[in-house]
Design a protein around this ligand. Structure first.
Ligand SMILES: [Fe+2]
Length: 255
């Protein structure tokens, strides 16, 4: 939606029309009077590598259902955001591959990603490791979307650190196959921001990528994320490759 010069309170009201909003984030700062609003800024003096396809906050048992992003200060050129369809990627896999993936469970890990991208050092936050370590969650590699019922992949390059019960090299190869498919333009849309553009998206059904091609300009956005009612569910809980793990007891499957 173009030309939405919303005050913070109006932005929050818009978000609440979709349900409950989260009011904390392990990395991003929050607006003083509206903790539902997260401040996402790119400072060219302390650049942080952010380019990776991802679904927001999947290191939580309840990954955000919706994301709301509003352009506040955007560079004169660049800074586009791209989205890819997790359902379209799944649809284009052959049936034996769909079948195999639908039985696997992956780990999503914030701290793993921060370490891998050297974030704490780049952001001057050395010594704060413990703050990030608890943000891990397990989700099926393939989920059924809770609203549309569509089967889709649910892994991404940013936070998915591995697939349980597979040899590390096999896990890495399967994930790389999916990460590479997401890069295919056929599954994507691309948005060029203008001041006061607001984007709202289904965070589970998609993954997105923020281009970082606008240095030396800064970029500032405000973001809100909406809570889902249930955690991501597999296509068929009984068919998960369990290797001795009781997924229901582990809390993965809805009781
Ligand atoms: Fe994001």
């Amino acid at each position: 939606m173009r030309d939405q010069p919303l005050e913070q309170a109006q932005f929050v009201r818009l978000g609440k029309a979709f349900g409950e909003l989260e009011s904390a984030h392990p990395v991003f700062g929050l607006a003083k009077e509206h903790p539902e609003i997260q401040l996402i800024t790119f400072n060219p003096d302390a650049p942080i590598e952010t380019q990776a396809w991802h679904t927001d906050n999947t290191y939580n048992d309840l990954p955000s259902a919706y994301t709301f992003l509003r352009a506040v200060d955007i560079p004169p050129v660049g800074g586009d955001t791209l989205w890819a369809s997790n359902g379209a990627v799944y649809d284009d896999l052959s049936e034996p591959v769909q079948e195999m993936l639908s039985r696997l469970v992956a780990r999503h890990d914030l701290y793993w990603r921060l370490r891998e991208s050297n974030y704490l050092l780049r952001a001057g936050k050395e010594g704060t490791d413990a703050h990030y370590m608890s943000f891990t969650a397990d989700h099926p590699v393939v989920i059924r979307h809770p609203v549309t019922g569509r089967a889709q992949i649910f892994v991404h390059r940013h936070f998915t650190s591995g697939i349980h019960h597979l040899h590390e090299e096999v896990s890495k190869s399967i994930l790389d196959m999916l990460f590479n498919m997401v890069k295919q333009p056929d599954y994507q849309v691309r948005l060029t921001w203008q001041p006061n553009t607001v984007a709202i998206w289904d965070n589970w059904a998609t993954q997105h990528y923020a281009t970082q091609d606008y240095s030396p300009y800064p970029r500032a956005m405000t973001r809100m994320v909406g809570k889902p009612k249930i955690r991501p569910q597999p296509l068929d809980a009984l068919r998960l490759y369990d290797s001795g793990v009781n997924w229901q007891r582990a809390g993965l499957i809805k009781k």
